[in-house]
Design a binder for this molecule. Structure first.
Ligand SMILES: Nc1ncnc2c1ncn2[C@@H]1O[C@H](COP(=O)(O)OS(=O)(=O)O)[C@@H](OP(=O)(O)O)[C@H]1O
Ligand SMILES: [Mg+2]
Ligand SMILES: [Mg+2]
Ligand SMILES: [Mg+2]
Length: 413
């Protein structure tokens, strides 16, 4: 029988062996399984509650998913405000220094959109059309705008939550409007907002659009257009009637695109987002049968040059005149084919908020958008498209033919 002194070293050797085994297993768990578990946890969207969703930081296909959702809901909420101003309120129309109109709807929609963006992306810059200086001197107009801003919300509390809820008070509303004063440029994340594009159309009961786009280093990554007076059905073809009184048309259509991910449309709602469908431009098989659209205002683009170009292309259908970026949305969904915006004045510089969302939506739907020199629209140079002149938008397969005729007609002048 072994003595105590003989068994003790054996048992402590066994302990040491056991301990080393545990250390090896623990080390291999720490180096292999744990990082995998961590990766899995960051890639899966974890529902926090039934109302709030957490977004993944970098899922491969859905980049800009959060920006897209916030932008779509922000446009939808602002569109409710514009419709209410159209139907229920005196519109408080003022003429700005350039003689163009601005209404309670423009100011209110801008305040709501910027408040939505600041709730999720506080560090982002914003280039927006309107500014609050006149409202600081006009208590009556300010109170009318505040009345509609504070009373406009999405009917779905979860969607309203994503937008950060209501604007706090009247002073915050003015601060929000003035956050839109960024100079723009080639660096960083910058949103472009046109709270009501086609204000003249809005006042007439014609087409208008609530427009929002995100640019990163001057490249448009996300574009959203809310068109409250466009038909919901993508298949409804453009006719001259579309530009006229359309205000009985339900909630209209919401168009979106993310760079590299295609373009979509969906019915606009007053709550959460409706189901989307993918949209694409109509390929041009016979340019003579194309439908082209242009601004209502002859002061915004040259109706004369555009008519001559259409004639040279063999297009006999009359142009469809409609206000706003609803033109970009309409050709992107295949309801029309070509959008021409030929310069009237040598000095006017197009504004980035009049084009950023529409440019991306058309390109993502299979179109090409250039200026009259064939250059892509350049959003890197500030609040205007100072490096571009005019706009020529058409299906990719027909753009070269249209541009050649544009240059032929303008070259003669
Ligand atoms: N001189 C000139 N040339 C070109 N564009 C101009 C000009 N003046 C104004 N604007 C801008 O036109 C925006 C309205 O868009 P549209 O021209 O598509 O609509 S319209 O049919 O003419 O109403 C309009 O946008 P909103 O002000 O948001 O309505 C203006 O930014
Ligand atoms: Mg304006
Ligand atoms: Mg505009
Ligand atoms: Mg506007």
């Amino acid at each position: 029988m072994p003595s105590d002194s003989e068994t003790r070293p054996n048992s402590s050797r066994r302990h040491i062996l056991l301990l080393s085994l545990v250390v090896v297993i623990l080390a291999s768990f720490l180096t292999t399984a744990l990082p995998r578990l961590f990766l899995l946890a960051t890639q899966v969207s974890i529902p926090l509650s039934s109302n709030i969703r957490q977004f993944t930081t970098n899922p491969p296909k859905m980049s800009f998913a959060k920006e897209l959702e916030v932008a779509q809901l922000a446009v939808q909420r602002a569109a409710i405000l514009t419709k209410r101003v159209f139907h229920e309120k005196a519109k408080g129309t003022l003429n700005k220094d350039d003689k163009s109109p601005v209404t309670i709807g423009d100011f209110g929609a801008q305040a709501l959109i910027i408040s939505s963006l600041k709730a999720s992306f506080p560090a982002d810059e914003i280039v927006a059309e309107e500014e609050a200086s006149t409202l600081r001197d006009d208590a009556n107009l300010r109170a009318q705008i505040w009345d509609v801003v504070k009373n406009t919300s999405l009917s779905d509390p979860a969607a309203e939550d994503i937008l950060g809820g209501p604007v706090k008070d009247e002073e915050t509303m003015l601060t929000m409007i003035d956050y839109g004063n960024s100079k723009g440029g080639a660096k960083g994340r910058i949103w472009a907002i046109d709270p009501i594009d086609g204000t003249k159309g809005f006042l007439r009961g014609g087409q208008y659009a609530v427009c929002l786009a995100l640019m990163v280093d001057g490249d448009v990554k996300v574009g959203v257009l809310g068109c409250p007076n466009l038909p919901i059905d993508d298949a409804t073809q453009l006719t001259a009637e579309i530009g006229k009184d359309q205000t009985d048309e339900g909630n209209g259509a919401l168009f979106s695109a993310v760079l590299g991910q295609g373009a979509t449309s969906r019915p606009m709602s007053t709550g959460g987002l409706e189901k989307e469908r993918s949209i694409s431009m109509r390929p041009i098989t016979d340019i003579k049968k194309a439908t082209f659209c242009e601004s209502v205002e002859a002061g915004h683009s040259s109706h004369g040059d555009q008519a001559e170009i259409a004639k040279k292309l063999g297009i006999n259908n009359p142009s469809v005149r409609m206000d706003s970026q609803a033109k970009y949305a309409s050709i992107a969904r295949g309801a029309g084919d070509i959008y021409l915006r030929l310069p009237v004045s040598a000095t006017y510089q197009e504004k980035i908020w009049d084009h950023a969302a529409g440019d991306l939506i058309v390109r993502e739907a299979g179109g090409q958008v250039t200026d009259i020199h064939g250059k892509r629209l350049d959003f890197t140079v500030g609040r205007t498209l100072a490096n571009n002149k005019g706009v020529v938008a058409a299906p990719a397969g027909g753009h070269a033919e249209v541009l050649a005729v544009v240059q032929e007609v303008l070259g003669k002048k």
